[in-house]
Design a protein around this ligand. Structure first.
Ligand code: MLT
Length: 204
């Protein structure tokens, strides 16, 4: 998969895997990652699917209606890409924090829905429930931060609560943060994600 890798200065910290929103690229979330922790390795990935020229991480049939077969295929593709990237760049495969926005948050959530050991935690900006009706792996020791919008037109507040509930049922630790700026990735939710990250991953 097309990507950028930036080696960090502290290898004891998690490697951030960045996953952009629809129409974005691997460059979009770099400033946010650097704000959250400038010392970590960063692997920023571009989605392999194109929708009218816009990169995405999996196909959809309509706005908010996912192509489940492609979602499962692309989730496996990303999982295997993480294995290969960890080997190539020499980072700890078991210490990955995914940071995703919108479509990128949805594939990060899908990694959690399908694999017990894909990622250690995630910061999900405006995610949806990626799939319903499947049994999740046990997500004990997985830490997840969700930034959601009370007035997000793409993901209702009920769906954000539902995602939290499903992940908690699977034994993950979930923190749900609310904003009221629609589907926007706001600077205040990035600041909240940073506080959560420092408290959860750095013992602050
Ligand atoms: C998706 O397709 O993943 C969601 O609708 C969010 C987005 O617009 O990318």
């Amino acid at each position: 998969m097309k990507h950028i890798f930036q080696k960090g200065t502290d290898q004891s910290k998690p490697t951030f895997v960045l996953l952009h929103g629809t129409g974005g690229t691997e460059h979009d979330l770099l400033p946010i990652a650097e704000k959250i922790d400038p010392e970590v390795n960063i692997l920023s990935v571009r989605g392999n699917v194109l929708e009218n020229g816009m990169p995405r991480f999996f196909k959809r049939l309509a706005e908010g209606v996912f192509d489940e077969e492609d979602l499962v295929f692309r989730t496996k593709e990303l999982y295997e890409f993480l294995d290969k990237a960890a080997e190539k760049y020499g980072f700890n495969r078991h210490n990955i924090l995914a940071i995703g926005y919108s479509n990128g948050a949805n594939i990060a959530a899908s990694l959690l829905f399908h694999y017990q050991d894909a990622i250690k935690g995630a910061i999900l900006h405006h995610p949806m429930v990626p799939r319903r009706g499947i049994e999740l792996p046990v997500l004990l020791d997985k830490n997840i931060f969700i930034a959601a919008g009370t007035n997000d037109p793409i993901c209702s507040s009920q769906e954000s609560e539902e995602l939290k509930f499903i992940l908690e049922e699977a034994k993950a630790e979930v923190h749900l943060h609310w904003e009221n700026k629609g589907h926007q990735l706001t600077m205040s939710e990035v600041a909240a994600a940073k506080d959560w990250y420092l408290a959860t991953f750095n013992g602050a």
